[in-house]
Ligand binder design. Structure first.
Ligand code: MD3
Ligand code: FE
Length: 192
């Protein structure tokens, strides 16, 4: 995987956040349910042709927000980052927006709900620092951690595309980008 630390300027980070405010106004954040029926601590919504969704029936992409409206378009600023760094001929079909409050975390998992693992996943971090952990393709074994900071872009491609990964914790108050403590992560994906 490639980490482009501080790749997005503070000015562009603010522009991204303002684009996200419109997305969230049209497609409000919600807490997806895990397979156990327990709400996740990370709140989510999506932009693009597909949005990621989860309930007791499992993880999947759906073409409408749970309210029934179409997902809003992916903000131009996010598309520009993808076109500059993803090295893919295709444009992303989903921009998943994860919002972490100070207590939120995301357990180790793989991203495997997409049809084509030869397409990269690109992640943009905004707001407070998040402790990112990456492990192996199979469950278990050693892992490595790195803090993801506001403006960092991480590109997962090739062999790294199916590694287990998660967010262990947020360091609240490490960034002044957002009005409240917390972290936003955008992941751009080709779904089909
Ligand atoms: C490594 N998000 O939305 S982004 C997710 O910070 C997700 O919100 C985390 O994991 C977050 O699925 C981590 C970095 C990331 C995203 C996708 C990956 C790392 C990845 C896919 C494969 C390997
Ligand atoms: Fe993931």
């Amino acid at each position: 995987m490639r980490l482009h630390a501080g790749w997005i300027s503070p000015e562009d980070q603010r522009a991204l956040v303002s684009g996200l405010r419109s997305v969230i106004a049209a497609a409000p954040l919600f807490a997806p349910l895990t397979g156990w029926g327990k709400p996740m601590s990370v709140r989510m919504t999506s932009a693009g042709r597909f949005g990621w969704y989860s309930d007791r029936k499992g993880y999947r992409y759906i073409d409408r927000h749970p309210s029934g409206s179409a997902w809003p378009p992916i903000p131009d600023r996010a598309l520009e980052v993808w076109r500059a760094l993803a090295g893919s001929a295709r444009d992303p079909e989903c921009c998943l927006i994860n919002w972490y409050g100070p207590e939120a975390r995301m357990g180790l998992h793989q991203d495997r709900d997409e049809a084509d693992f030869t397409e990269p996943v690109l992640s943009i971090s905004l707001g407070d620092d998040g402790l990112f952990r990456v492990g192996n393709i199979d469950r278990g074994g050693p892992s490595e951690s790195v803090w993801l900071r506001s403006g960092d872009v991480l590109v997962m491609e090739g062999a790294s595309r199916l590694l287990h990964h998660g967010i262990d914790r947020i360091a609240a108050g490490t960034s002044t980008l957002l009005e409240r403590p917390g972290r936003i992560n955008l992941t751009l994906r080709v779904v089909t």
